[in-house]
Design a binder for this molecule. Structure first.
Ligand SMILES: Cc1cc2nc3c(=O)[nH]c(=O)nc-3n(C[C@H](O)[C@H](O)[C@H](O)COP(=O)(O)OP(=O)(O)OC[C@H]3O[C@@H](n4cnc5c(N)ncnc54)[C@H](O)[C@@H]3O)c2cc1C
Length: 380
């Protein structure tokens, strides 16, 4: 018996695949979403859920801002378990050199219409009394928000199914070809378009993407309501996120709506084990305590790891894939490589892909994210 072709088969039900399934289904397209495991169980379950506008590069800024605007369109509809909160971000400057960078960032944000203010040392101490004394100041970005990503992924999938999407869980995709997507149970899903949204594992289905898995650790505390009020990130986090090939740990502490705190974050390359590495975890927690000494009296109740999918130029791969083109007859699209910003960028990624598949103009230029910029050639 032959299966009727779906307009779109989305492989991977993390936050990115879920957002894609939702957007395509809302456009009235027939969608099949597949995942080898549970929805939102990959990096999406490991992430912090910070939805932040970032300005490492113009394309990063464009996609994070666009995506945050799209997040704002849905947050009021999110159920309570999605733990949405607008706590804003404080980028902490430890010294005068970092404060100069805070001032530069403030101008860059406000010039492009993002609310951002510089806090001096006294204002920072008033805003966050648990921070150590002697810090130089901070950049406050009040519009940044926080969600609980796995629940949002499930909510998006429920929305997609309400629009008619089919969801198949527990079976891996093993091959993408001109006939469609072949699953581990040997069934074949023919498709008009195929979206590879399998996160850091995307290369298994589409070889040649040069994705680097970057391992991260997180810890969550017991409930301490009011301990901190903003997502607190040391400015050095940006250097740590940009450094490739070296292990790093930077202070990034997030208040949850439950009163808990999520403590991050570390980056390691060349790691395959999902085990918690006590050495880097210890380094990460000590770094957080350097900024928030009272964390030493706080109970940590769980630690875990996850993998970010990193690209060479620190931008995601969104759009038609040319390296798998011959074998998939031009129907293969990628939605991966978001590194530490996949939660933030998921809604914008989904819109860019819907526009690409439907041949529509996008709200932001799609070119900086097109996979062709990094592909090694048509290997398939
Ligand atoms: C420690 C840490 C902190 C982070 N903090 C943040 C943050 O604060 N803000 C932010 O924006 N981002 C953050 N991120 C990044 C973010 O979590 C990821 O970018 C995002 O979750 C990627 O989502 P995804 O859907 O692409 O991948 P995943 O969530 O990994 O989903 C991929 C899915 O594909 C499925 N799959 C894989 N292979 C197959 C196959 N062959 N067949 C079928 N299914 C398959 C998997 O089961 C999985 O469900 C963080 C990441 C880490 C590790």
């Amino acid at each position: 018996m032959s299966t009727k072709a779906a307009d779109v088969v989305v492989i991977g039900a993390g936050i990115v695949g879920a957002a894609c399934a939702w957007e395509f289904a809302r456009e009235g397209m027939s969608v099949t979403l597949i995942d080898s495991g549970a929805p939102g169980g990959g990096a999406t379950a490991a992430g912090m859920g910070h939805v932040a506008v970032m300005d490492d590069s113009e394309p990063q800024f464009a996609l994070t801002r666009y995506s945050q605007q799209l997040w704002r369109e849905i947050v009021d509809e999110l159920p309570d378990d999605c733990e949405y909160e607008t706590c804003g971000t404080l980028w902490i400057a430890a010294d005068d050199e970092e404060l100069a960078e805070v001032r530069r960032k403030q101008q860059a944000y406000t010039r492009r219409g993002i609310d951002a203010e510089v806090l001096d040392a006294a204002a920072l101490a008033r805003a966050e009394p648990n921070l150590r004394s002697g810090l130089a100041g901070a950049l406050r970005v009040p519009g940044d928000l926080v969600v609980f990503p796995p629940c949002v992924a499930r909510w998006l999938i429920a929305g997609a199914t309400e629009c008619g999407a089919q969801v198949r869980l527990g079976t891996a995709a093993v091959e993408i070809s001109d006939r469609g997507v072949r699953l581990a149970d040997d069934s074949l899903l023919p498709a008009g378009a195929i979206i590879n949204a399998t996160g850091h594992g995307a290369e298994r289905l589409t070889p040649g993407l040069s994705l680097q898995p970057r391992k991260g650790h997180l810890a969550i505390t017991d409930r301490y309501p009011g301990f901190i009020h903003h997502e607190l990130i040391e400015l050095g986090y940006l250097k740590s996120a940009a450094a490739v090939g070296t292990d790093s740990a930077a202070m990034n502490v997030q208040p949850r709506i439950t009163g808990q705190m999520l403590i991050g974050s570390s980056r390691q390359t060349g790691q395959e084990s999902t085990d918690v590495d006590m050495a880097i975890l210890g380094r990460m927690l000590r770094r957080a305590m350097e900024y928030l000494p009272a964390l030493a009296r706080v109970s940590t109740i769980r630690t875990w790891t996850g993998f970010r999918a990193a690209t060479a130029d620190k931008l995601p791969l969104i759009g038609r894939c040319s390296s798998g083109q011959r074998s998939s007859q031009g129907r293969l699209y990628l939605a991966t490589g978001h590194e530490g910003l996949g939660i933030t960028m998921a809604p914008g990624t989904a819109r860019l892909l819907v526009d690409a598949v439907m041949g529509r103009e996008s709200a932001i230029p799609p070119e900086p994210y097109l996979p062709a910029r990094l592909e090694k050639g048509d290997s398939a």
